[in-house]
Design a binder for this molecule. Sequence first.
Ligand code: C2E
Ligand code: CA
Ligand code: CA
Length: 740
Amino acid sequence: MPDVTSQVRARQESGSAGPDGEVATVPAAQPEPAVRAAPGPTPERLARAWARAIAGTSFVSMTPAELRSYLTGLAARLLSAATADTFEASVGFEVGVALVKAHFTQPASLDHTLRVLTEQLSDVGECTRAPALQSALAAGYAHALRERTLAEQEEIRAAAMLARSEAEAARWASEARFQAVFAGAVIGIAIADIEGKIVDVNQTTCDMLGYTVDEFRQLTVDEFIHPEDAPGIWDAYRALTRGEREHFRLEKPYYRKDGQIVWTDLAVSLIRDQDGQPRYVVTMVEDITERHHLQTRLRHQALHDPLTQLPNRTLFFERLGQILDDADDDARVGVCYLDVDGFKMINDTLGHDMGDYLLLAVARQLHSSISGPGQLVARTGGDEFVVLVERSAGPDQLVEIAEAALAAVRAPVQLGGHEITVSASVGVVERAAHTTSATELMKAADTTLHWAKRDGKNRWALFDADRHAREVTKFELSAGLPAALERGEFLVEYQPLVRLEDETVMGVEALVRWRHPKLGLLGPDRFIELSEETGLIVPLGQWVLGEACRQAAAWRQQYPDIDLVTSVNLAVRQVQDPSIVAEVSAILEQTGLDPGSLQLELTESAVMGTSGRPLETLHALARLGVKIAIDDFGTGYSNLAYLRSLPVHSLKLAGSFVAGLRPPDCPDPVDKEIVATLIKLAHTLHLTVTAEGVETREQAARLRTLGCDTAQGWHYAMPGPPEHVLALLESSVCQPSPAI
Ligand code: C2E
Ligand code: CA
Ligand code: CA
């Protein structure tokens, strides 16, 4: 008595399946009630939907309850993989294998399974997990099917070998066991002689390719060459007929007699005669057309962006990897990495649907305007696109493409009744292919894209190795700052402030330096801006202040009769920090320094136009008795009228004005006039004036004539360690440095 499966098969083959193509042994599950609570996916719920979807797709002898319970087990594994702490895509693979094991071997079973999982897993776990599980499942499924076919083919091959051992090929026909397998096999079998003439085919082969046995016998193997045959297949075939190999397997397309294409999985084996001479070639052919199409579709889905249908990030990197792998020494490669400007705002204000629509429009424009040979437009992220240029002709070509891309993005788009225009920024990288890896190339592209954004958007930027190196150093410095402060790598140098009238030292300016373990002594121009950006300037500035005050107190102790002002720079962020007043007062208290011996230098931007808290801070500092000087005066926004109302004691004239007084014969008359006016104005406001950057005797002399109070510069002394100041204090008069 035949088993249930073969009964089912017989009914299915003779068209006796249920009304929905459903097989009697697997009726559909009972329909769900129409009203349900919002379905959080549980194993049971997923299994129910799954069972409904795949019931009847394959010949399976399970009752609906058995099927549901089987699928519940698989569903539980998928759900826990989707939400587990560490993600294992291999669970998908195992579930694919389990489906084949349960005889769900028809492509529709896989197709419907994937569809159900797309619906049910979309909101479970991280968004990348469901697709990863699905593709692992498809891979496991294909693997298990192949294993199964292999086992079947092995059985046939064994039978053919048995026939061979009967010595004579003619006796194949009478070899009962072989005949049975040959005729009854659900896969096609074709036998050809060594010259390629087809000797025999079974009915399955005839059905598959649409020829009768007699028609087949008129054909030779060569007539089945197909343009999409894998390279090398016919070489392998000839090697087999020469007896150089025993068998091979591959996937191959055939034209059916009616012209349609059938995709097959082939196992080709050599049969030798008794003397070991090649005699026949047995080909076992399995029709995998549906699976092939499914796989092609899955692959397309896996490699293309569903919204724009452009190649996605994976395909982009696959292609780039190939180009780099295949590159010869003079091959060049380039990318334009494009990001739509302000896309987030469009999404937030017009909604995600409009955002999607816009991206679609951008994708179309890009695709149609950039389509040269070897050029691939991909969507690599939300609003990011890349043009990959194979065999690039040089940076100029890439820049041209970047401009075309920018123009394409700028084309107006109709969006919800409005015409809107967007712009983009593009990072362009072009280099010799063998000098780069895909990761390096894309990192450079990312950096360059940020340059384009930073330089004002709506433009392209071309990668520049020097700029990049400078930025890397800058970044490394910036990252190293906090540890450097902790390790005590900073130090303070002091530069005298000299009273022009009698050339005595009336004060010093504290200037910070960084003794970098690798780069040596670094001036503040290398790190002050960075520490302002990162906020480290607050603790660093506080450290300088403490250090300078301690030093000032020590000098004071040693030379109680010399009135020395120690001037310390305060960054804008320090002034904005409300605790600065308490800190200054605490430091003064700790060091015992008289507040009048401390001067704080603030830039114009820190004091001018300030209102509210910074202004209060300034007044509070002044109330402590500390002097306030405006640093680099004249380089910023100078509102002299406003200055009047501020508690400021001194102006430091920026070195650029003083530079105009330098030429020995003819000082720049405008600069001279400005300096004269500024000094007068300052004096009217009862402010003292310090000139910075005094490098020559002439400058010093002119400044003295113009009534300037104090000078600072190389003419008198370079910034130096505290001992230098000590030496000057001992002589009490600052000797101009002879060298300058
Ligand atoms: P600044 O406050 O204007 O300091 C004067 C700068 O002029 C110093 O540069 C000094 O070395 C330089 N200099 C002195 N004499 C001459 C000269 O005759 N000719 C020329 N061309 N330059 C001269 P340095 O030490 O490199 O400091 C640069 C800037 O870094 C300072 O400019 C100041 O803005 C900042 N800075 C230095 N130390 C600190 C600090 O502790 N905190 C803060 N916030 N900024 C600091
Ligand atoms: Ca200063
Ligand atoms: Ca200055």
